[in-house]
Design a protein around this ligand. Structure first.
Ligand code: SF4
Length: 210
């Protein structure tokens, strides 16, 4: 990446982190995906009860592997023999919930669109801590840009990943469908938080996820 692009990205990351702080969220920054796991180990000591919301980013930066390592009490709905519904309910009482976000605005807001709503529900209430991990590619100027990002990239790419039968997998953009496989049902904006530091946001200086 050329140095001017790097500088612009760094200015936007800094602005986003300052505004996350103003919204009582705790921002962190690491240069690369390879540094995420070490930071997560500091923020979430071994032995904690943890769970997660579905995310490419968590896979890509090795966090899911860490959670599966046996060092945590891991509520994993994808585990062999697990009852996904029951595990999703148990996740509300975990110590630390991991997820990514569909977008982060430079005003320090998280923007998430969810199908069943378990991921956004845990973000809002339940787990004592939430750790959000996001590549800098998730940073957008405002909530309009966040909605745009989900319609044009995040949601269609996720429906493809999940092998769902929705029109966006064919045309590449949201058609506001009424298909049974629709994943865009609950639209959540997280702004100023009542509990300071409950939501921690790790921004990574590399593109991650959709
Ligand atoms: S509303 Fe339907 S078409 Fe639009 S992105 Fe979501 S799943 Fe795809």
């Amino acid at each position: 990446m050329d140095k001017n692009t790097t500088q612009i990205i760094s200015i936007r990351i800094q602005k986003t982190m300052e505004n996350l702080k103003k919204n009582n969220m705790e921002p962190y920054y690491v240069d690369s995906c390879a540094q995420v796991v070490d930071l997560v180990k500091k923020l979430c000591p071994e032995g904690r009860k943890v769970s997660y919301g579905g995310s490419m980013t968590l896979e890509e930066c090795g966090v899911l592997n860490l959670l599966r390592s046996g060092k945590y009490e891991f509520l994993d709905r994808a585990a062999k023999g697990a009852d996904p519904d029951a595990v999703m309910h148990q996740a509300f009482s975990c110590d630390t919930y991991f997820m990514s976000t569909n977008a982060i605005t430079e005003n320090g807001e998280l923007y998430n669109v969810d199908g069943r709503g378990n991921r956004v529900a845990a973000l809002i209430y339940g787990p004592k801590n939430v750790i959000v991990i996001a590549g800098y590619n998730k940073i957008v100027s405002d909530l309009n840009a966040a909605a745009h990002r989900v319609c044009e990239m995040a949601a269609p790419a996720n429906t493809l990943r999940l092998n769902l039968n929705t029109p966006c997998t064919k045309v590449g953009v949201c058609c506001d469908c009424h298909s049974a496989d629709r994943i865009c049902c609950n639209f959540v904006v997280s702004k100023y938080q009542k509990i300071p530091g409950r939501i921690k946001v790790i921004i990574v200086g590399e593109p991650l996820g959709y």
